[in-house]
Write a protein that binds this ligand. Structure first.
Ligand code: CU
Length: 260
């Protein structure tokens, strides 16, 4: 009888130890991003540099809505950070789902930086953990990417580098301090804008074109969930994810958003 209890206890212990390490089998959050109302019109530009290549007139959509879905929204879990003590710091990044998108990839093509929005992970608080940005110029005109750290109304220039030839590529660090947003402009073409949100863990995703999103592998707990668009701003909600369970949170944006 006693041997049976010991055996059962051993099976239980082994089972628990394994479950504790397998965050891939964790819970998930799903939902949908939508936009209510009529989005503002695009910003109109008369092109002064390279109009023969970029076009004499350009419209730039700071907010793009397709079938009631605002495009380019990132969804992130915020309070799941190597600093909180919720996870132990383990090498670079957190234990649990490892961070792997420390360098954002972008192209300059047809006189636009693409994609318009993205997320890049910072691996720590110091310079070593700073995220990176790789941009390739696919055009036959010069582009001059110029990223700024954005914190509220404050902007701090990070660097600016020219990509004069087609195929030219740069790979530079984005040494953001306390900000969690980076705006990339082109110093040659004022209608080229792109944005990055800086994440401190791997629990984020870009919503799909139909507005749906899913973040998985989440350890059980209560989290702040943020939906971010650079112009429409942030919406926050709290979600509780059970062990291996799923939570639902949808976000509706509206209005013209803030300044650019
Ligand atoms: Cu340009």
């Amino acid at each position: 009888m006693n041997r049976m209890i010991v055996l059962l206890a051993l099976i239980f212990l082994v089972g628990t130890a394994q479950a504790g390490n397998v965050y891939a089998a964790g819970g998930s959050v799903t939902g949908k991003i939508s936009y209510e109302g009529t989005p503002p019109p695009p910003e109109h530009f008369t092109v002064s540099k390279n109009p023969e290549f970029c076009g004499a007139e350009r419209d730039f959509f700071h907010i793009t809505v397709k079938k009631g879905v605002v495009q380019g929204v990132a969804v992130l879990i915020e309070n799941l950070d190597y600093k909180t003590g919720k996870f132990k710091k383990k090498g670079k990044g957190v234990s649990g789902k490892p961070m792997e998108t420390n360098v954002a990839t972008m192209i300059g093509e047809n006189c636009a930086f693409l994609p318009f929005t993205g997320v890049v992970e910072r691996l720590g608080s110091g310079k070593k953990g700073a995220p990176g940005l790789q941009i390739t110029n696919n055009d036959t005109v010069i582009h001059n990417p110029h990223p700024f750290e954005v914190r509220g109304a404050a902007r701090r220039s990070l660097w600016n580098k020219g990509l004069p030839e087609q195929g030219d590529k740069l790979n530079e660090l984005l040494r953001v301090k306390k900000g969690n947003q980076v705006k990339i402009q082109c110093d040659q073409h004022d209608f080229m804008h792109a944005w990055l949100r800086v994440a401190t863990n791997a629990y984020w995703t870009m919503a799909a074109n139909d507005g749906s999103y899913k973040i998985d592998g989440i350890p059980a707990g209560k989290y702040n969930l943020v939906a971010w668009h650079p112009i429409l701003g942030e919406q926050k909600t709290e979600v509780t994810v059970g062990d291996g369970g799923s939570a639902e949170a949808s976000f509706t944006f509206s209005g013209p958003g803030r300044g650019r």
